[in-house]
Design a protein around this ligand. Structure first.
Ligand SMILES: Cc1cc2nc3c(=O)[nH]c(=O)nc-3n(C[C@H](O)[C@H](O)[C@H](O)COP(=O)(O)OP(=O)(O)OC[C@H]3O[C@@H](n4cnc5c(N)ncnc54)[C@H](O)[C@@H]3O)c2cc1C
Ligand SMILES: *[C@@H]1O[C@H](CO)[C@@H](O)[C@H](O)[C@H]1NC(C)=O
Ligand SMILES: *[C@@H]1O[C@H](CO)[C@@H](O)[C@H](O)[C@H]1NC(C)=O
Ligand SMILES: *[C@@H]1O[C@H](CO)[C@@H](O)[C@H](O)[C@H]1NC(C)=O
Ligand SMILES: *[C@@H]1O[C@H](CO)[C@@H](O)[C@H](O)[C@H]1NC(C)=O
Length: 533
């Protein structure tokens, strides 16, 4: 009996904590996360002071090579597959790859190596973050052609993962803007992969998630910018109308009109969206300036939502603030943790504590919490043909009923047969007179409506249905998020023909985990699905 009573008290406590997650986050997580961030930043700065020097790049790369050569000397049957020793919790990926089952190689590469203003390129070590590179480039009048709205993302993580942004309808995916990769292979050799050298490897490194080699440097294209983004917010009612407007603005109909530098839409419900277009701009005295990242400001998507009732609006946003506009609320992920986080009083008192450091959230994710978030939240970015935008929204609503949705267009180039993991776009989607199709990112983040209303919801069924829809229309799931596919389904979504050849040719077989094994969740999703029945 006492056992029972105690258990129910514990259950009550758990129930209370689950129902008042915001308070727990406020009084425990945010302060702890803040200290955690201070500690990580200090550690990184000390590391930088002591060890950083672009001149020592070759020495650092040689050290990694020697670790791999040593691994090669040990007997084959004792060798575990290779991965970096960067802890899982530092990465933004939602999966927890089992690094303890690998032989871990230290890849501590944090430096900006060189800027080439003549050719508009920059050479970087892979662990430079988006926050650091924007701080470095923007005062010089540049930014990376493709970055991410999250300051903690790394340039190497984006290169080995996806990398897609609101400028991608002009310049395509991150991988289109990589001039070259410098990679250490499973045999310890260092090779350059570019369009001129080792082109097959160059084509397979994007979407490879560290399954082909260790990236030690990369050269990226940069673009010239102006100090501000002139941002226009246009509310549109009616699904057909807002979808058509997004497609028109992206240039999907092939007519030759100037498209905006940045395009994004936030869809607040089936019938209402706010479409944002941004143009590089100098200061204009007639337009208001909005410093959207200041800590006391409303969360960006909440601010955007106000235009549904206020009508069209135009303003200037300093460019770095534009690029990091979604950082404070991690798009709208923070809302499910702190439901009252956008309250003006909260912002005034505690706004400076946001965002909770993604690394801290992952660091404190126990297997129980992981189970909880896995089954009660959705976290997906999916690349889908923009001509199917209405279907995407309808399918997402049916399966998750989670709004808002993030949408922004992106060019997907047709590079021909055997050109990497991304399948060639269906000829039906090719923009007339070009070699690309217009796709879009569909970002679905947060707590599904079914879970909010405590209705029946099977996350595995919903996710698998979404993936089936994605395969049927020729789209791709971002692999930083959890996938629910079998290996056969995965090989239907991605084209692994060249990848398998490259794995054999460049000593990745037997040295690095296979892509599917690297990105599949550490949780048995099929078992979990049965338990949710
Ligand atoms: C809410 C949210 C929204 C997002 N929206 C977008 C979006 O709109 N567009 C977009 O592009 N991305 C988006 N992302 C995903 C983001 O791009 C990924 O998390 C990306 O992988 C960058 O994270 P990271 O730097 O922590 O990389 P990691 O997760 O650390 O790395 C990514 C992969 O690369 C491998 N890797 C890393 N470094 C190396 C190396 N030196 N050598 C070999 N392999 C390496 C890792 O093993 C891993 O498999 C979003 C993420 C979140 C959380
Ligand atoms: C620009 O690229 C050209 C051709 O690759 C090269 O010769 C030149 O040195 C580069 N410029 C700089 C400043 O590095
Ligand atoms: C807004 O940003 C601009 C440009 O970065 C800066 O000069 C200005 O001081 C900022 N204003 C506020 C109130 O933060
Ligand atoms: C997480 O879920 C899996 C599958 O349902 C289960 O086997 C496991 O025990 C759970 N772990 C925790 C810590 O709750
Ligand atoms: C999407 O759903 C709406 C409302 O149910 C419907 O009117 C519309 O035809 C659907 N669109 C497509 C492409 O199925």
């Amino acid at each position: 009996m006492p056992q029972n009573k105690q258990k129910s008290a514990k259950e009550k406590l758990i129930e209370f904590l689950e129902n008042n997650r915001g308070l727990v986050v406020l009084f425990f997580c945010l302060p702890a996360s803040f200290l955690f961030d201070l500690f990580l930043t200090a550690k990184r700065n000390i590391h930088r002071l002591l060890f950083s020097s672009p001149k020592l790049h070759e020495t650092r790369a040689a050290k990694i090579q020697s670790q791999i050569r040593k691994w090669n000397e040990s007997p084959k049957e004792n060798r575990k597959l290779l991965c970096t020793s960067r802890p899982n919790w530092l990465s933004l990926s939602t999966t927890f790859f089992k690094k303890d089952q690998c032989h871990q190689i230290q890849v501590d590469l944090f430096d900006i190596l060189s800027l080439d203003e003549e050719n508009l390129t920059i050479r970087l070590e892979p662990m430079v973050t988006v926050g650091e590179i924007t701080n470095y480039l923007i005062p010089k009048g540049y930014t990376l052609a493709v970055t991410l709205e999250i300051a903690d993302a790394t340039v190497g993580g984006l290169a080995m993962g996806t990398g897609m942004t609101t400028h991608s309808h002009k310049v395509g995916l991150y991988q289109e803007n990589v001039v070259s990769y410098e990679v250490i292979l499973g045999d310890g050799s260092l090779v350059i992969a570019s369009k001129e050298e080792n082109e097959d490897l160059y084509n397979c490194l994007p979407w490879s998630h560290g399954s082909l080699g260790f990236l030690v440097a990369l050269t990226l294209k940069i673009v010239k910018i102006k100090p501000y983004i002139k941002m226009s917010y246009t509310p549109v009612k009616g699904q057909k109308d807002y979808c058509e407007m997004i497609r028109f603005l992206s240039g999907d109909d092939g007519t030759d009109y100037p498209v905006a530098d940045y395009i994004e839409a936030t869809i607040f419900n089936r019938n209402e969206a706010v479409i944002m277009t941004g143009q590089y701009s100098d200061y204009q005295p007639t337009l208001p300036i909005n410093n959207v990242t200041n800590w006391y400001k409303p969360w960006f998507y909440k601010y955007v939502e106000t235009f549904l009732t206020r009508g069209k609006h135009t303003e200037l946003i300093p460019i770095r603030e534009y690029l990091l506009r979604h950082n404070r609320a991690i798009f709208w992920v923070v809302e499910s943790m702190i439901p009252f986080g956008n309250n003006p009083l909260f912002r005034l008192l505690f706004g400076w504590l946001l965002p909770p450091k993604p690394a801290f959230l992952k660091f404190t994710t126990t297997p129980g919490i992981r189970n909880f978030t896995f089954t009660k939240q959705v976290f997906q970015d999916i690349v889908l043909p923009i001509r199917k935008l209405e279907d995407q929204i309808n399918v997402s609503e049916k399966l998750f009923d989670a709004y808002p949705l993030l949408v922004y267009p992106c060019k997907i180039y047709d590079h021909g047969e055997m050109s990497g993991q991304i399948k060639r776009p269906n000829p039906d989607y090719i923009v007339d007179g070009t070699n690309y199709a217009m796709y879009n990112d569909l970002g679905v983040y947060g707590v599904p409506g079914f879970v909010k209303r405590k209705e029946k919801y099977n996350p595995v069924d919903s996710m698998r249905n979404m993936e089936k829809f994605t395969r049927d229309v020729g789209g791709f799931s971002f692999l930083y998020a959890d996938i629910f596919m079998t290996r056969e389904e995965f090989e239907e979504m991605f084209d692994l023909k060249l990848y398998e050849i490259v794995r054999r040719k460049y000593f990745a077989d037997g040295a690095f985990p296979h892509l599917y094994d690297k990105v599949k969740p550490e949780i048995d999703v099929f078992e979990l699905g049965r338990q949710c029945e």
